[in-house]
Ligand binder design. Structure first.
Ligand SMILES: Nc1ncnc2c1ncn2[C@@H]1O[C@H](COP(=O)(O)OP(=O)(O)OP(=O)(O)O)[C@@H](O)[C@H]1O
Length: 699
């Protein structure tokens, strides 16, 4: 059998491992419409007519208490009939559609039941749309309650066109990509972001307070649950609408900005965006050095380049970008150096922060906020997306929104309305995917970790203690770039030549050139690389479809880092992935956060498939870190594994070195080497005349 095929077998979709209640739940990792309907990429086959009960989305509404899903299926049929019957009638806003249905109270109740069942919680965070002054004077008790909202969920991707009037081209691109049923985050957020009437807001509070079209939003949904599509579809829809209606005097200026923390993620978002925008006239562009964005009064249209071909030669080409995607660092630098001005961004009415908690972490905070501050469009709407989001991010978002509003009103004299701020949480907040097997493996020492990793690499010799064997392709995470490089050289010859040898294993980190990074990513995606050693650079957002496993060679420095690292497997509901965390004596004081998040994921599994939750003892015995210690660890990791640690404590740093040789063997080798060098350097002793004498030692 072809070893490549054997080793790169992808994780298999399986519903049997999950209980009925969860089997269709994307946030529980079982949303695998592409797997359930393996029709992806077959043109035209993904269309649902709303009457097909086998279609995933409808099935998952159908799974509930008998009859409960009926009104939705009616709604679906009705909209489809209109679509088929008449072009004009096809495009119906949600409210119009709801009005046609027999009983809107039933519909509201149904919406609530569906959202609850899928563990989607939607909260309006600023119902009173309080002024800054009022909110400061308010005692906690007097603050208005934050109401839960129950927008009517989207029950099939095919319904986007009739329900929200998205362009036919966008709808057909979605269909061509094989998207049939929405994932949970999509079924909840797409109606929120696409409904131009904000009809989901409670009657008593909506309309005047909601201001112009759209909301600010914070979304927390599991890794691999389809957040990219959830923010891209409304952006493309809105950008196309702006282009067609010329509501903003469109002259090709940017209308939306997406920020993401790494170049890899930026380029992935651009790729997804381009697939959705084909034939729509909307351009999704990756910002690059030397690019010049089209400005309001750019008369020289002749020099406007096709957005897809970014300039790389140093010549500043004017680029037309409707949706601009960038890392915060690059956009911030270009704004600072006046390569882009806030006037170029005056039409930007949507800002997306993907992996928002990282973008607002101290590392990127200044750059992200400075970009946000440069967007002066009074109708700007911001949405933040991640699988993990601390309460500090919510606070920071609120204060930034308030500050910006005040600035626009006071400095620019603009009449700006505060938009509704909505929080959407899917599933259990900040938890790791429960559709992969999580294993914590104690390896005692650095060498033990290396041996354990080798056992994982060679499935035939995998010991039972390490748990299920890992099938390539898989990712290995280390704490630093140096350690990633060292581990790569250590494992370079571990894959036999007949299976591809050293070409099957690679390292990717931020010190590599862009071209080298791109090439590794492409080869890994193609399945040419089986083991990719990397740092946290790849822990966020990157979507490798067939990744079977993740190995934390070095423990992650926070529970959020664990959630994101292991979230590179088990994406879009695939089961069979494995996440192994190796830990040594040195890691013990810092393991609690990992053990906690693993315990929660395992508990969900126990509930789901009756698996065994056998590491409670570990949780009980591990020490708890103080808040300061946690912060310190998050910033620096295990000190002996860093360059700083080498100077501070060379002995521990030596112990932490990645090498298969034991300290004893290394010492013996060093002694031998020094003896040889010493022998060579020892010159014969001579007297003045040059004659050699015998050295008889010191007195
Ligand atoms: N409705 C859908 N049906 C089937 N597959 C989908 C659907 N939506 C998205 N996917 C697929 O799910 C995978 C994960 O999506 P995506 O990268 O958007 O996840 P994410 O939520 O952004 O994850 P992360 O938090 O890791 O960034 C992708 O391969 C995407 O094509």
């Amino acid at each position: 059998m072809d070893p490549l095929k054997l080793l790169s077998r992808a994780t298999k979709p399986s519903k049997s491992r999950l209980p009925a209640g969860l089997s269709n739940s994307p946030s529980q990792g079982a949303q695998a419409s592409k797997d359930v309907n393996p029709r992806k990429r077959k043109r035209g086959e993904g269309v649902t007519d709303g009457s097909n009960d086998n279609v995933f989305g409808l099935e998952f509404f159908h799974h509930n208490a008998a009859g409960a899903s009926q009104p939705f299926r009616n709604a679906s049929r009705q909209s489809k009939v209109s679509q088929d019957g008449s072009e004009g009638l096809a495009a119906k806003p949600e409210t119009a559609l709801s009005a046609e249905l027999p009983n809107s109270t039933t519909l509201d109740g149904e919406a609530k039941a569906v959202l609850n069942r899928h563990k989607v919680k939607i909260t309006w965070l600023n119902p009173g749309v309080l002024s800054q002054k009022d909110s400061r004077n308010c005692s906690a008790k007097r603050k208005p309650a934050k109401p839960a909202l129950y927008p009517h969920p989207l029950h099939s991707i095919g319904d986007l066109q009739p329900r929200f009037d998205i362009s036919r081209k966008l709808a057909s691109n979605l269909d061509e990509q094989g998207y049939v049923a929405p994932t949970e985050v999509q079924l909840a957020t797409l109606p929120l972001l696409l409904d131009r009437t904000d009809s989901f807001l409670p009657r008593s509070l909506d309309a005047t307070e909601s201001g112009p079209y759209g909301l600010d939003m914070l979304t927390v949904a599991p890794t691999g649950s389809g957040k990219t599509l959830a923010f891209l579809v409304p952006l493309v829809h809105k950008a196309r609408h702006q282009r067609r209606t010329k509501v903003v005097g469109d002259n090709g200026q940017a209308k939306a900005i997406i920020l993401a923390p790494t170049k890899e993620l930026v380029s992935q978002i651009v790729n997804e965006g381009r697939k959705l925008t084909q034939g729509t006239g909307v351009r999704v562009v990756q910002l690059r050095k030397g690019m010049r964005l089209i400005a309001r009064n750019d008369s020289d249209r002749g020099t406007v380049a096709a957005a897809a071909d970014a300039p790389s030669s140093g010549v500043r080409t004017i680029v037309r970008a409707d949706i601009l995607v960038s890392t915060p660092g690059l956009l911030h630098a270009m704004l600072r150096d006046d390569e882009i001005s806030s006037a170029d961004l005056v039409n930007v009415s949507s800002l997306i922060l993907d992996e928002a908690d990282v973008l607002l972490d101290p590392l990127f905070r200044e750059q992200t906020l400075s970009t946000w501050d440069n967007l002066n469009n009074p109708e700007l709407r911001v949405s933040l997306w991640s699988a993990t989001m601390g309460s500090n991010i919510e606070e920071l978002t609120r204060s930034t929104l308030e500050r910006r509003l005040k600035r626009l009103r006071e400095q620019h004299g603009l009449q700006v309305e505060e938009a509704p701020l909505i929080r959407v949480v899917v599933g259990l907040k900040d938890s790791a995917v429960s559709n992969v097997q999580h294993r914590l493996v104690y390896a005692a020492t650095e060498q033990g970790k290396l041996m354990a990793l080798r056992q994982l690499l060679h499935p035939t010799s995998t010991s039972k203690d390490i748990g299920p064997s890992l099938l390539p392709p898989f990712l290995v995470f280390t704490q630093t770039i140096e350690r990633a490089i060292a581990l790569h050289s250590e494992l370079l010859y571990d894959i036999p030549a007949e299976a591809g040898g050293i070409s099957r294993i690679a390292v990717l980190h931020a010190d590599l050139s862009d071209t080298a990074r791109d090439s590794v990513m492409t080869r890994f995606r193609k399945g040419e690389i089986w083991v990719l050693i990397t740092t946290d650079l790849l822990s966020r957002g990157v979507d490798f479809r067939g990744v079977n496993g993740v190995v934390n060679y070095d423990i992650p420095t926070s529970s959020a880092a664990y959630v994101h690292r292991v979230g590179r497997t088990g994406r879009a509901g695939r089961v069979g992935g494995v996440a192994v965390t190796l830990y040594s004596r040195e890691d013990m004081p810092y393991m609690k956060h990992v053990a906690n998040v693993v315990a929660i994921a395992q508990k969900q599994q126990v509930r789901a498939d009756g698996g065994v939750d056998n590491q409670q003892w570990l949780l009980d015995t591990l020490p708890k870190l103080s808040k300061q210690e946690k912060e310190k660890f998050k910033k620096g990791g295990i000190e002996s594994r860093t360059a700083r640690g080498k100077d501070a404590d060379p002995k521990s740093a030596r112990r932490a070195r990645i090498s298969s040789k034991s300290g004893y063997v290394r010492r013996a080798e060093n002694n031998r080497r020094s003896a040889i060098i010493g022998n060579r350097q020892r010159a014969p002793l001579t007297v003045d005349g040059g004659d050699e004498i015998d050295f008889v030692g010191f007195d």
